[in-house]
Write a protein of this length. Structure first.
Length: 112
């Protein structure tokens, strides 16, 4: 019997079924919980609604600059990143994916 398998490129981890990694975003459609699993549902909801950056790690210094405390120090010992509010907004906006073209929800004859 002959079976075909997809082999990932070197250095790329294999993606499990019902999971996708596209443009730096990951979707795990295999994550689910049963109707009676309230704790698992709460955990999933908390995960989905978590902020991009923890508020506890974000401060402003006396000069008005944004100070972001890193989760773990860089190899050179850096523990905080200091930037202007504009630079912070630029970095935050870079995390938002570009909008995709909308599909046309109206049938052809409804357009005038």
């Amino acid at each position: 019997m002959l079976s075909l398998q997809t082999i990932s490129r070197r250095g790329e981890p294999a993606t499990p079924a019902l999971c996708a990694n596209v443009h730096g975003l990951s979707l795990h459609a295999a994550v689910r919980c049963g109707a009676g699993q309230r704790k698992e549902l709460e955990r999933l909801c908390r995960y989905v609604t978590r902020p991009a950056i923890a508020n506890e790690r974000l401060k402003r210094n006396r000069a008005g600059q944004v100070v972001l405390q890193l989760k773990s120090a860089y190899h050179d010992g850096t523990t905080h990143i200091v930037m202007s509010p504009l630079e912070f907004m630029q970095r935050l906006a870079a995390l938002v994916p570009r909008p995709r073209p909308a599909s046309d929800p109206l049938p052809r004859r409804a357009r005038a």
